[in-house]
Design a protein around this ligand. Structure first.
Ligand code: HEM
Length: 429
């Protein structure tokens, strides 16, 4: 039977289409299953560093962070690719830090931290034997201090409803944990459109409480945009530092000295009594427990490959739409934790908490291996100088507060992170 030209054309078109679809399916599978991990300083610097334009970095960060948008309704620069949102948001944050530093410098912050600790301890001690979960108290004290010192410096601390603090802290932590359980980092990043739907009820309750914490709708159209970057990492630095410090006399003495002279000079100066400085303790905590253990970047696969683009352009539009080509994503991860715990970099005692190791790196000539706790490159954290001293003062204020109330910290051998604080509590001694 003769084969007409139309049949040949139809056969070739179907064959070509099928091959393209098969190639794309293979690419999608490969992209989903293979996430490139960078676990050397050089690899991390290349991924996060300045070799790419800020625009490119913002794009790859926003693509990797779509889970945050889904989970929390975050709309800030962490989930947006455009430079305008970045400039406005980072500018606002820098303004907040500038205003905070004018408000009585660090002495002013210490007053706020002490007041936050005292009001929290009083809340529990009145009329009952004191016992409260370690992470709960750290979360609430840190959030209260952040709101009154940084986000809303005109706010009277007593006017903040304890329920709003408690519910905001708990819900952010729960939603974060749920989003991690539901979608692993790599699969969420690989395909934002397949993220599980957000927990609408929890999200609505969270936004009600956050709105009451930050009622100024003009300054804070979406309060979560400001609370997550400032509080979510800081409370964990406070908690992990406290966990290393509470049962060591030398370390505690160091924080006591800092409270007597709350200045960056004292933070960085070695105490004559302990031959330690508080900055080393905080650095060592950030090394062993970086709040951001991994930093992800994602890239749209088809846009990266000229060859794929040509193949795709041969497909009819309805097939291109059906294949959701923009959702084929390749991910790369800066494995901050691996580098911070590497024995090759930090020596055989890399897994031990040894703040004095930082003494070796105190001189400018012998610079320390890089800490990546605050990221690297153009999108590095703008709170990197503020957060360590802030955390140290909150740790000091908590230690002072529990001494005054004759409380003690009961800990376990396992130091938690966002979760994992079972068995840790504040108790009457
Ligand atoms: C212990 C506390 C903190 C840690 C560990 C931390 C960590 C980080 C990291 C790893 C990044 C880079 C993210 C990326 O490259 O994708 C980052 C960015 C950022 N952080 Fe922090 N952060 C902390 C506290 C703060 C505080 C207190 C503020 C605000 C006052 C803040 C504001 C920001 C902002 C605005 C960015 C985005 C910078 C940009 O896009 O150019 N952070 N942070």
């Amino acid at each position: 039977m003769p084969i007409d030209m139309y049949s040949v054309w139809l056969l070739l078109t179907t064959l070509t289409g099928s091959i393209i679809i098969i190639v794309l399916t293979i690419f999608r599978c490969v992209a989903h299953t293979s996430t490139q991990r960078h676990d050397t300083p050089k690899g991390i610097m290349n991924l996060l560093g300045p070799s790419t334009s800020v625009r490119g970095l913002l794009k790859s960060r926003s693509l990797a962070n779509q889970r945050l948008r889904h989970t929390f309704n975050i709309t800030n620069t962490f989930v947006q690719a455009d430079t305008q949102t970045h400039n406005i948001f980072v500018g606002r944050m820098k303004d907040l830090l500038r205003v905070q530093s004018r408000h009585g410098q660090w002495g002013g912050f210490l007053r706020i931290a002490r007041q936050a600790v005292a009001s929290e301890l009083n809340r529990y001690t009145i009329g009952q034997e004191f016992s409260t979960a370690f992470a709960d108290l750290v979360q609430i004290v840190t959030l209260k201090a952040i709101v009154v010192s940084l986000l809303d410096p005109d706010r009277d601390m007593e006017s903040i409803d304890a329920q709003d603090l408690c519910a905001s802290a708990t819900l952010i932590t729960e939603l974060w944990a749920m989003s991690k359980q539901q979608t692993s980092v790599s699969s969420a990043a690989s395909s934002p459109s397949t993220c599980t739907p957000p927990d609408v009820d929890r999200l609505a309750t969270l936004s009600t409480h956050l709105r009451r914490l930050l009622p100024d709708t003009e300054r804070y159209p979406n309060p979560i945009d400001f609370v997550v970057p400032t509080w979510e990492t800081l409370w964990r630095l406070v908690a992990t530092s406290l966990a290393h410090v509470y049962d060591n006399k030398d370390y505690r003495h160091n924080f006591h000295e800092l409270l007597g002279d709350p200045t960056p000079g004292r933070f960085r100066t070695t105490s004559l009594d302990s031959n330690l400085c508080t900055e080393w303790i905080i650095n060592e905590t950030l090394r062993l427990h970086p709040p951001s253990r991994h930093i992800s970047r994602s890239f749209p696969l088809v846009k990266e490959h000229k060859g794929l683009q040509i193949l795709v352009s041969l497909l009819p539009k309805f097939i291109r739409d059906h294949l959701r080509l923009d959702s084929i994503i390749r991910s790369e991860i800066a494995d901050i934790e691996s580098v911070h715990l590497s024995t090759d970099i930090w020596g055989p005692d890399a897994l031990e908490f040894k703040p004095r190791r930082w003494e070796r790196h105190a001189g400018a000539a012998d610079s320390a291996p890089t800490l990546f706790a605050f990221g690297y490159g153009p999108l590095m954290c703008i709170g990197k100088s503020w957060a360590p001293m802030t955390a140290a003062l909150i740790v000091g204020a908590i230690l002072e507060g529990i001494d005054a109330e004759r409380l003690e910290i009961i800990g376990t051998a396992v130091i938690g992170g966002r979760a994992g604080w079972a068995g840790w509590e504040f108790k009457h001694s």
